[in-house]
Design a protein around this ligand. Structure first.
Ligand code: PEP
Length: 264
Protein backbone atom coordinates (compact mmCIF):
# COMPACT_ATOMS: atom_id res chain seq x y z
CA UNK A 1 0.00 0.00 0.00
CA UNK A 2 1.05 3.57 -0.71
CA UNK A 3 0.50 4.89 2.82
CA UNK A 4 3.38 5.38 5.20
CA UNK A 5 1.14 4.07 7.96
CA UNK A 6 1.59 0.60 6.54
CA UNK A 7 5.16 1.06 5.36
CA UNK A 8 7.06 3.69 7.38
CA UNK A 9 10.44 3.36 5.68
CA UNK A 10 11.16 4.85 2.25
CA UNK A 11 10.92 2.60 -0.78
CA UNK A 12 14.17 2.66 -2.71
CA UNK A 13 14.02 1.77 -6.40
CA UNK A 14 17.13 0.13 -7.80
CA UNK A 15 17.87 -0.54 -11.44
CA UNK A 16 21.17 -1.59 -12.97
CA UNK A 17 22.62 1.91 -13.12
CA UNK A 18 20.33 3.95 -10.87
CA UNK A 19 19.04 4.25 -7.34
CA UNK A 20 15.97 6.38 -6.66
CA UNK A 21 14.70 7.34 -3.25
CA UNK A 22 17.79 6.56 -1.16
CA UNK A 23 18.39 10.20 -0.26
CA UNK A 24 20.32 10.95 -3.45
CA UNK A 25 19.08 13.05 -6.37
CA UNK A 26 18.16 11.02 -9.45
CA UNK A 27 18.35 12.57 -12.89
CA UNK A 28 16.19 11.24 -15.71
CA UNK A 29 16.74 13.08 -18.97
CA UNK A 30 16.63 12.76 -22.72
CA UNK A 31 14.62 13.86 -25.72
CA UNK A 32 10.85 14.08 -25.63
CA UNK A 33 10.64 11.51 -28.39
CA UNK A 34 13.11 9.16 -29.98
CA UNK A 35 14.09 10.67 -33.34
CA UNK A 36 16.98 8.52 -34.62
CA UNK A 37 19.60 6.09 -33.36
CA UNK A 38 22.30 8.78 -33.59
CA UNK A 39 20.22 11.43 -31.88
CA UNK A 40 19.22 9.41 -28.83
CA UNK A 41 22.83 8.28 -28.39
CA UNK A 42 24.11 11.84 -28.63
CA UNK A 43 21.51 13.12 -26.18
CA UNK A 44 22.24 10.23 -23.82
CA UNK A 45 25.95 11.01 -23.86
CA UNK A 46 25.26 14.64 -23.01
CA UNK A 47 22.86 13.98 -20.15
CA UNK A 48 25.09 11.26 -18.73
CA UNK A 49 27.95 13.75 -18.55
CA UNK A 50 25.65 15.93 -16.45
CA UNK A 51 24.88 13.09 -14.05
CA UNK A 52 21.75 11.47 -15.51
CA UNK A 53 21.61 7.70 -15.11
CA UNK A 54 18.22 7.17 -16.77
CA UNK A 55 17.67 7.95 -20.44
CA UNK A 56 14.11 8.96 -21.26
CA UNK A 57 12.41 9.16 -24.65
CA UNK A 58 9.01 8.31 -26.08
CA UNK A 59 8.46 5.92 -28.95
CA UNK A 60 4.71 5.89 -28.36
CA UNK A 61 3.61 9.49 -27.93
CA UNK A 62 0.33 10.56 -26.30
CA UNK A 63 -0.36 13.50 -28.63
CA UNK A 64 -3.33 15.73 -28.01
CA UNK A 65 -3.83 16.02 -31.77
CA UNK A 66 -4.17 12.68 -33.59
CA UNK A 67 -2.49 14.15 -36.68
CA UNK A 68 0.69 15.09 -34.77
CA UNK A 69 3.76 12.82 -34.82
CA UNK A 70 2.87 9.70 -32.84
CA UNK A 71 6.35 8.26 -32.22
CA UNK A 72 8.49 5.73 -34.05
CA UNK A 73 7.14 2.62 -32.33
CA UNK A 74 9.34 -0.45 -32.06
CA UNK A 75 12.14 1.01 -34.17
CA UNK A 76 12.44 3.82 -31.62
CA UNK A 77 12.51 1.33 -28.76
CA UNK A 78 15.42 -0.50 -30.42
CA UNK A 79 17.46 2.67 -30.88
CA UNK A 80 16.67 3.76 -27.35
CA UNK A 81 17.80 0.38 -25.95
CA UNK A 82 20.99 0.44 -28.01
CA UNK A 83 21.89 3.90 -26.78
CA UNK A 84 21.22 3.00 -23.14
CA UNK A 85 23.36 -0.14 -23.46
CA UNK A 86 26.22 1.64 -25.18
CA UNK A 87 26.29 4.29 -22.46
CA UNK A 88 25.54 2.12 -19.45
CA UNK A 89 22.29 3.91 -18.61
CA UNK A 90 18.78 2.70 -17.77
CA UNK A 91 15.98 3.16 -20.28
CA UNK A 92 12.59 4.61 -19.40
CA UNK A 93 9.78 4.95 -21.92
CA UNK A 94 6.04 5.52 -21.95
CA UNK A 95 3.49 2.77 -22.43
CA UNK A 96 0.00 3.81 -23.54
CA UNK A 97 -1.71 0.57 -24.46
CA UNK A 98 -1.83 -2.83 -22.76
CA UNK A 99 -1.41 -4.41 -26.19
CA UNK A 100 2.13 -2.98 -26.38
CA UNK A 101 3.22 -4.36 -23.01
CA UNK A 102 5.03 -7.43 -24.25
CA UNK A 103 6.91 -5.51 -26.91
CA UNK A 104 7.95 -2.60 -24.69
CA UNK A 105 8.88 -4.99 -21.89
CA UNK A 106 11.47 -6.59 -24.20
CA UNK A 107 13.37 -3.29 -24.38
CA UNK A 108 12.78 -1.06 -21.39
CA UNK A 109 14.10 -1.05 -17.81
CA UNK A 110 11.27 1.10 -16.49
CA UNK A 111 7.74 1.87 -17.65
CA UNK A 112 6.34 5.38 -17.72
CA UNK A 113 2.61 5.98 -17.40
CA UNK A 114 1.78 9.46 -18.66
CA UNK A 115 -0.58 12.04 -17.27
CA UNK A 116 -3.33 11.09 -19.74
CA UNK A 117 -3.29 7.46 -18.66
CA UNK A 118 -2.99 7.88 -14.90
CA UNK A 119 -6.44 6.39 -14.49
CA UNK A 120 -6.21 3.84 -17.29
CA UNK A 121 -6.87 1.02 -14.86
CA UNK A 122 -6.29 -1.77 -17.36
CA UNK A 123 -2.85 -0.33 -18.07
CA UNK A 124 -2.06 0.14 -14.38
CA UNK A 125 -3.05 -3.47 -13.67
CA UNK A 126 -0.93 -4.69 -16.58
CA UNK A 127 2.28 -2.97 -15.42
CA UNK A 128 1.40 -4.09 -11.90
CA UNK A 129 2.01 -7.64 -13.03
CA UNK A 130 5.50 -6.90 -14.34
CA UNK A 131 8.61 -6.82 -12.20
CA UNK A 132 9.90 -3.50 -13.55
CA UNK A 133 9.71 -0.09 -11.89
CA UNK A 134 6.88 2.18 -12.99
CA UNK A 135 7.02 5.97 -13.15
CA UNK A 136 3.45 7.12 -12.56
CA UNK A 137 2.76 10.68 -13.63
CA UNK A 138 0.03 12.66 -11.92
CA UNK A 139 -3.01 13.17 -14.11
CA UNK A 140 -3.29 16.79 -15.19
CA UNK A 141 -6.63 17.07 -13.38
CA UNK A 142 -6.00 14.50 -10.68
CA UNK A 143 -5.94 15.15 -6.96
CA UNK A 144 -3.18 13.76 -4.79
CA UNK A 145 -5.56 11.05 -3.57
CA UNK A 146 -6.40 10.15 -7.18
CA UNK A 147 -2.69 9.67 -7.81
CA UNK A 148 -2.27 7.52 -4.73
CA UNK A 149 -5.30 5.42 -5.62
CA UNK A 150 -3.91 4.94 -9.12
CA UNK A 151 -0.65 3.70 -7.57
CA UNK A 152 -2.66 1.11 -5.62
CA UNK A 153 -3.78 -0.44 -8.90
CA UNK A 154 -0.12 -1.12 -9.70
CA UNK A 155 0.75 -2.29 -6.21
CA UNK A 156 -2.30 -4.57 -6.02
CA UNK A 157 -0.82 -6.63 -8.85
CA UNK A 158 2.29 -7.26 -6.77
CA UNK A 159 4.57 -4.58 -8.22
CA UNK A 160 5.66 -2.16 -5.50
CA UNK A 161 8.41 -0.49 -7.51
CA UNK A 162 6.55 2.77 -8.04
CA UNK A 163 7.88 6.28 -8.56
CA UNK A 164 5.36 9.11 -8.33
CA UNK A 165 5.80 12.12 -10.56
CA UNK A 166 4.43 15.65 -10.28
CA UNK A 167 4.31 17.17 -13.79
CA UNK A 168 1.95 20.06 -13.37
CA UNK A 169 -1.82 20.27 -13.22
CA UNK A 170 -4.49 22.31 -14.96
CA UNK A 171 -5.53 25.39 -13.02
CA UNK A 172 -7.46 28.54 -13.79
CA UNK A 173 -4.30 30.22 -15.04
CA UNK A 174 -2.28 28.30 -17.60
CA UNK A 175 -1.69 31.21 -19.93
CA UNK A 176 2.02 31.62 -19.32
CA UNK A 177 2.92 28.06 -18.39
CA UNK A 178 1.53 24.88 -19.89
CA UNK A 179 0.47 23.57 -16.49
CA UNK A 180 0.79 24.70 -12.89
CA UNK A 181 3.57 22.85 -11.12
CA UNK A 182 2.13 21.84 -7.76
CA UNK A 183 5.23 22.28 -5.62
CA UNK A 184 3.26 21.48 -2.50
CA UNK A 185 2.41 18.03 -3.84
CA UNK A 186 6.03 17.02 -3.31
CA UNK A 187 6.27 17.40 0.48
CA UNK A 188 2.67 16.20 0.84
CA UNK A 189 3.38 13.02 -1.13
CA UNK A 190 6.65 12.49 0.74
CA UNK A 191 4.66 12.74 3.95
CA UNK A 192 1.82 10.46 2.88
CA UNK A 193 3.73 7.76 1.05
CA UNK A 194 6.96 5.83 1.11
CA UNK A 195 7.40 5.99 -2.67
CA UNK A 196 10.04 8.22 -4.27
CA UNK A 197 8.68 11.46 -5.72
CA UNK A 198 10.17 13.06 -8.82
CA UNK A 199 9.41 16.41 -10.46
CA UNK A 200 9.00 16.98 -14.19
CA UNK A 201 9.50 20.71 -14.74
CA UNK A 202 9.45 20.39 -18.55
CA UNK A 203 5.79 19.48 -18.93
CA UNK A 204 4.81 21.86 -16.15
CA UNK A 205 6.57 24.83 -17.74
CA UNK A 206 5.95 24.18 -21.39
CA UNK A 207 8.46 26.97 -22.03
CA UNK A 208 12.21 26.52 -21.83
CA UNK A 209 12.90 29.61 -19.74
CA UNK A 210 10.70 28.41 -16.86
CA UNK A 211 12.04 24.85 -16.70
CA UNK A 212 15.04 25.63 -14.53
CA UNK A 213 13.27 27.68 -11.83
CA UNK A 214 10.52 25.04 -11.56
CA UNK A 215 13.10 22.26 -11.40
CA UNK A 216 14.98 24.07 -8.64
CA UNK A 217 11.73 24.56 -6.72
CA UNK A 218 11.09 20.81 -6.94
CA UNK A 219 14.54 20.11 -5.53
CA UNK A 220 14.02 22.61 -2.71
CA UNK A 221 10.64 20.99 -1.92
CA UNK A 222 12.31 17.64 -1.32
CA UNK A 223 11.94 15.79 -4.63
CA UNK A 224 14.04 12.66 -5.05
CA UNK A 225 15.01 13.75 -8.53
CA UNK A 226 13.95 15.34 -11.78
CA UNK A 227 12.85 14.24 -15.22
CA UNK A 228 13.87 16.77 -17.86
CA UNK A 229 13.53 16.98 -21.64
CA UNK A 230 16.50 18.08 -23.66
CA UNK A 231 17.32 18.64 -27.31
CA UNK A 232 20.46 19.86 -29.06
CA UNK A 233 18.37 21.79 -31.61
CA UNK A 234 15.10 22.54 -29.80
CA UNK A 235 13.56 24.28 -32.81
CA UNK A 236 13.94 21.08 -34.84
CA UNK A 237 12.63 18.70 -32.15
CA UNK A 238 9.91 16.35 -33.38
CA UNK A 239 7.87 17.04 -30.23
CA UNK A 240 7.73 19.80 -27.60
CA UNK A 241 10.85 21.73 -28.66
CA UNK A 242 9.43 24.80 -26.93
CA UNK A 243 10.07 23.24 -23.52
CA UNK A 244 13.37 21.50 -24.25
CA UNK A 245 16.58 22.51 -22.54
CA UNK A 246 19.82 22.40 -24.47
CA UNK A 247 22.40 20.01 -22.99
CA UNK A 248 24.27 23.01 -21.54
CA UNK A 249 21.10 24.34 -19.90
CA UNK A 250 20.40 20.89 -18.47
CA UNK A 251 23.93 20.68 -17.13
CA UNK A 252 23.39 23.90 -15.19
CA UNK A 253 20.01 22.78 -13.84
CA UNK A 254 21.39 19.37 -12.85
CA UNK A 255 24.25 20.91 -10.88
CA UNK A 256 22.27 23.57 -9.06
CA UNK A 257 19.30 21.26 -8.33
CA UNK A 258 21.64 18.61 -6.89
CA UNK A 259 23.31 21.27 -4.73
CA UNK A 260 19.92 22.43 -3.47
CA UNK A 261 18.85 18.85 -2.78
CA UNK A 262 22.01 18.27 -0.76
CA UNK A 263 21.39 21.44 1.21
CA UNK A 264 17.79 20.80 2.27
C1 PEP B 1 6.35 12.67 -21.50
O1 PEP B 1 6.99 12.68 -20.44
O2 PEP B 1 6.83 12.34 -22.60
C2 PEP B 1 4.93 13.09 -21.47
C3 PEP B 1 4.16 12.98 -22.56
O3 PEP B 1 4.54 13.62 -20.30
P1 PEP B 1 3.08 13.86 -19.70
O4 PEP B 1 2.43 12.52 -19.68
O5 PEP B 1 3.38 14.40 -18.34
O6 PEP B 1 2.39 14.85 -20.58
Amino acid sequence: QASRLFHPENTVIKTEHSVIGDGGFALIAGPDSIESAEHVLLMGKDVQESGATLLRGGSFKPRTNPYSFQGLGEEGLKWHREAADKLGMDMVTEIMDTRDLEMIDKYTDMFQIGTRNMQNFALLKAVGKTNKPVVLKRGMSATIDDLLNASEYIAAGGNHQIILMERGIRTFDNKYTRNTFDVSAIPVLKDLTHYPVIGDPSHAAGVTKFVEPIGLAAAAAGADGLMVEIHNHPKEAFVDGKQALTPAQFDHLAKVATDIHNLV
